[in-house]
Design a protein around this ligand. Structure first.
Ligand code: DX5
Ligand code: ZN
Length: 217
Protein backbone atom coordinates (compact mmCIF):
# COMPACT_ATOMS: atom_id res chain seq x y z
CA UNK A 1 0.00 0.00 0.00
CA UNK A 2 1.40 3.38 -0.99
CA UNK A 3 1.37 6.40 1.32
CA UNK A 4 1.61 10.14 0.91
CA UNK A 5 4.11 12.51 2.44
CA UNK A 6 2.78 16.08 2.20
CA UNK A 7 5.62 18.56 1.67
CA UNK A 8 5.60 21.46 4.10
CA UNK A 9 7.38 23.65 1.54
CA UNK A 10 4.00 24.50 0.00
CA UNK A 11 2.31 25.27 3.34
CA UNK A 12 1.49 28.65 4.82
CA UNK A 13 4.58 29.33 6.93
CA UNK A 14 2.68 31.80 9.07
CA UNK A 15 0.41 29.01 10.28
CA UNK A 16 2.33 25.76 10.38
CA UNK A 17 0.54 24.21 13.36
CA UNK A 18 -2.84 24.50 11.66
CA UNK A 19 -1.49 23.26 8.31
CA UNK A 20 -0.01 20.18 9.99
CA UNK A 21 -3.20 19.43 11.86
CA UNK A 22 -5.11 19.53 8.56
CA UNK A 23 -2.99 16.87 6.86
CA UNK A 24 -3.13 14.76 10.00
CA UNK A 25 -6.93 14.98 10.00
CA UNK A 26 -6.84 14.04 6.31
CA UNK A 27 -5.01 10.82 7.21
CA UNK A 28 -1.36 11.61 6.45
CA UNK A 29 1.24 9.74 8.51
CA UNK A 30 4.35 11.42 7.11
CA UNK A 31 5.51 15.03 6.88
CA UNK A 32 8.10 15.75 4.17
CA UNK A 33 10.50 18.51 5.22
CA UNK A 34 12.54 20.13 2.42
CA UNK A 35 15.71 21.72 3.76
CA UNK A 36 17.44 23.97 1.17
CA UNK A 37 20.64 25.94 1.70
CA UNK A 38 20.90 28.24 -1.32
CA UNK A 39 24.06 26.40 -2.41
CA UNK A 40 23.24 22.85 -3.38
CA UNK A 41 19.96 24.22 -4.73
CA UNK A 42 19.23 27.86 -5.56
CA UNK A 43 16.44 28.23 -3.01
CA UNK A 44 16.54 28.69 0.79
CA UNK A 45 13.73 27.15 2.87
CA UNK A 46 13.92 26.34 6.59
CA UNK A 47 16.20 24.38 8.87
CA UNK A 48 16.92 22.80 12.22
CA UNK A 49 15.08 25.18 14.63
CA UNK A 50 11.84 24.99 12.63
CA UNK A 51 11.93 21.19 12.57
CA UNK A 52 12.66 21.11 16.29
CA UNK A 53 9.68 23.35 17.06
CA UNK A 54 7.38 21.24 14.89
CA UNK A 55 8.56 18.05 16.61
CA UNK A 56 7.01 19.36 19.80
CA UNK A 57 3.54 19.68 18.26
CA UNK A 58 3.08 16.53 16.15
CA UNK A 59 3.81 12.82 16.08
CA UNK A 60 3.85 12.61 12.26
CA UNK A 61 6.85 10.75 10.80
CA UNK A 62 9.43 13.41 9.95
CA UNK A 63 10.84 12.67 6.51
CA UNK A 64 13.71 15.15 6.17
CA UNK A 65 14.94 15.79 2.61
CA UNK A 66 18.31 17.54 2.78
CA UNK A 67 19.14 19.64 -0.26
CA UNK A 68 22.30 21.06 1.27
CA UNK A 69 26.02 20.89 0.51
CA UNK A 70 28.02 18.49 2.65
CA UNK A 71 25.08 17.24 4.74
CA UNK A 72 27.50 15.18 6.86
CA UNK A 73 28.12 18.35 8.87
CA UNK A 74 24.57 18.46 10.21
CA UNK A 75 23.33 14.87 10.62
CA UNK A 76 23.40 14.93 14.44
CA UNK A 77 21.57 18.27 14.51
CA UNK A 78 18.73 16.95 12.36
CA UNK A 79 18.52 13.79 14.44
CA UNK A 80 18.32 15.86 17.63
CA UNK A 81 15.68 18.08 16.03
CA UNK A 82 13.46 15.02 15.58
CA UNK A 83 14.06 13.54 12.12
CA UNK A 84 12.83 9.96 11.61
CA UNK A 85 14.21 9.64 8.08
CA UNK A 86 17.12 11.63 6.66
CA UNK A 87 17.58 11.63 2.90
CA UNK A 88 20.66 13.09 1.26
CA UNK A 89 21.52 13.70 -2.38
CA UNK A 90 24.26 11.46 -3.67
CA UNK A 91 25.64 14.50 -5.52
CA UNK A 92 25.93 16.60 -2.34
CA UNK A 93 28.38 14.49 -0.35
CA UNK A 94 31.84 13.27 -1.29
CA UNK A 95 31.64 10.16 0.88
CA UNK A 96 28.15 8.79 0.38
CA UNK A 97 28.78 5.51 2.17
CA UNK A 98 30.20 7.17 5.25
CA UNK A 99 27.38 9.76 5.46
CA UNK A 100 24.79 6.97 5.22
CA UNK A 101 26.53 5.11 8.05
CA UNK A 102 26.55 8.30 10.11
CA UNK A 103 22.76 8.66 9.66
CA UNK A 104 22.10 5.03 10.56
CA UNK A 105 24.40 5.04 13.56
CA UNK A 106 22.14 7.73 15.00
CA UNK A 107 19.16 5.39 14.85
CA UNK A 108 17.21 7.00 12.00
CA UNK A 109 16.39 5.73 8.53
CA UNK A 110 18.81 6.72 5.76
CA UNK A 111 17.71 7.68 2.25
CA UNK A 112 19.57 8.51 -0.95
CA UNK A 113 18.04 10.91 -3.45
CA UNK A 114 18.81 10.89 -7.18
CA UNK A 115 18.31 13.91 -9.41
CA UNK A 116 16.43 13.34 -12.68
CA UNK A 117 19.61 12.86 -14.75
CA UNK A 118 21.46 10.75 -12.18
CA UNK A 119 21.71 7.09 -13.20
CA UNK A 120 20.66 4.27 -10.91
CA UNK A 121 24.03 2.58 -10.94
CA UNK A 122 25.36 5.01 -8.32
CA UNK A 123 23.36 2.80 -5.93
CA UNK A 124 25.11 -0.45 -6.87
CA UNK A 125 27.42 -0.62 -3.86
CA UNK A 126 25.18 1.10 -1.34
CA UNK A 127 21.86 -0.64 -1.90
CA UNK A 128 22.20 -3.03 1.03
CA UNK A 129 22.92 -0.13 3.39
CA UNK A 130 19.99 2.20 2.74
CA UNK A 131 16.37 2.35 3.88
CA UNK A 132 14.92 4.64 1.21
CA UNK A 133 15.55 5.70 -2.39
CA UNK A 134 14.14 9.06 -3.45
CA UNK A 135 13.64 9.51 -7.18
CA UNK A 136 13.41 13.22 -7.94
CA UNK A 137 10.80 13.78 -10.61
CA UNK A 138 11.64 17.49 -10.89
CA UNK A 139 14.95 19.28 -10.52
CA UNK A 140 15.27 20.02 -6.80
CA UNK A 141 14.85 23.50 -5.42
CA UNK A 142 11.27 24.56 -5.92
CA UNK A 143 7.73 23.32 -5.46
CA UNK A 144 5.08 23.63 -8.12
CA UNK A 145 7.09 22.27 -11.08
CA UNK A 146 5.83 19.76 -13.66
CA UNK A 147 6.48 16.04 -13.29
CA UNK A 148 9.21 14.84 -15.72
CA UNK A 149 7.46 12.04 -17.56
CA UNK A 150 10.67 10.12 -18.31
CA UNK A 151 10.85 9.39 -14.57
CA UNK A 152 8.09 6.76 -14.88
CA UNK A 153 10.61 4.39 -16.52
CA UNK A 154 13.17 5.24 -13.85
CA UNK A 155 10.67 4.46 -11.10
CA UNK A 156 9.92 1.08 -12.71
CA UNK A 157 13.64 0.31 -12.99
CA UNK A 158 14.19 1.32 -9.35
CA UNK A 159 11.31 -0.93 -8.27
CA UNK A 160 13.03 -3.87 -9.98
CA UNK A 161 16.35 -3.02 -8.39
CA UNK A 162 14.75 -2.88 -4.94
CA UNK A 163 12.81 -6.12 -5.40
CA UNK A 164 15.98 -7.90 -6.52
CA UNK A 165 18.54 -6.53 -4.10
CA UNK A 166 16.85 -5.14 -0.97
CA UNK A 167 13.04 -5.39 -0.76
CA UNK A 168 12.97 -3.48 2.54
CA UNK A 169 13.82 -0.19 0.83
CA UNK A 170 11.05 2.41 0.60
CA UNK A 171 10.74 3.85 -2.94
CA UNK A 172 9.86 7.53 -2.73
CA UNK A 173 9.04 9.95 -5.56
CA UNK A 174 9.15 13.73 -5.18
CA UNK A 175 8.08 16.55 -7.47
CA UNK A 176 5.09 17.38 -9.63
CA UNK A 177 2.79 14.77 -8.12
CA UNK A 178 -0.86 15.72 -8.54
CA UNK A 179 -4.23 14.04 -8.15
CA UNK A 180 -4.28 13.34 -11.88
CA UNK A 181 -0.90 11.54 -12.10
CA UNK A 182 -0.52 9.93 -8.67
CA UNK A 183 -2.05 6.62 -9.74
CA UNK A 184 0.38 6.22 -12.64
CA UNK A 185 3.28 7.01 -10.28
CA UNK A 186 2.10 4.51 -7.67
CA UNK A 187 1.41 1.84 -10.29
CA UNK A 188 5.00 2.23 -11.50
CA UNK A 189 6.10 0.96 -8.07
CA UNK A 190 6.26 3.94 -5.70
CA UNK A 191 5.73 3.34 -1.96
CA UNK A 192 5.79 6.92 -0.70
CA UNK A 193 4.70 9.91 -2.79
CA UNK A 194 5.62 13.45 -1.85
CA UNK A 195 2.94 16.02 -2.62
CA UNK A 196 3.49 19.74 -2.03
CA UNK A 197 1.45 22.26 -3.97
CA UNK A 198 -1.43 19.96 -4.85
CA UNK A 199 -2.17 19.43 -1.14
CA UNK A 200 -1.25 22.69 0.60
CA UNK A 201 -2.36 24.78 -2.37
CA UNK A 202 -5.83 23.20 -2.34
CA UNK A 203 -8.79 25.16 -1.09
CA UNK A 204 -9.66 22.37 1.35
CA UNK A 205 -6.42 20.74 2.52
CA UNK A 206 -8.15 18.08 4.65
CA UNK A 207 -10.36 16.99 1.78
CA UNK A 208 -7.48 16.97 -0.71
CA UNK A 209 -5.36 14.82 1.62
CA UNK A 210 -8.25 12.37 1.87
CA UNK A 211 -8.66 12.36 -1.92
CA UNK A 212 -5.01 11.39 -2.36
CA UNK A 213 -5.29 8.67 0.26
CA UNK A 214 -8.40 7.26 -1.41
CA UNK A 215 -6.70 7.13 -4.82
CA UNK A 216 -3.55 5.36 -3.74
CA UNK A 217 -4.74 2.65 -1.34
C1 DX5 B 1 11.49 20.09 -4.58
C2 DX5 B 1 11.09 19.48 -3.26
C3 DX5 B 1 9.73 18.93 -3.22
C4 DX5 B 1 8.60 19.93 -3.41
C5 DX5 B 1 7.49 19.21 -4.11
O1 DX5 B 1 12.84 20.37 -4.55
O2 DX5 B 1 11.98 18.42 -2.94
O3 DX5 B 1 9.51 18.14 -2.05
O4 DX5 B 1 8.14 20.46 -2.20
O5 DX5 B 1 6.52 20.13 -4.43
P1 DX5 B 1 5.42 19.88 -5.56
O6 DX5 B 1 4.59 18.70 -5.11
O7 DX5 B 1 4.66 21.16 -5.58
O8 DX5 B 1 6.15 19.57 -6.84
ZN1 ZN C 1 11.47 17.06 -1.24
Amino acid sequence: MAKIAPSLLAANFANLEEEISKIKTGGAEYLHLDVMDGNYVPNISFGIPVIKSLRAITDLIFDVHLMIDRPERYIKDFVNAGADIITIHQESTTHLHSTIQEIKSNGVKAGVSLNPATPLDVLDYIIKDIDLILIMSVNPGFGGQSFIQAMIEKIKATRKLIDTHNPNIILQVDGGVKLDNVEEIVNAGTDLVVVGSDIFGAEDVVLRTREFNKLIV
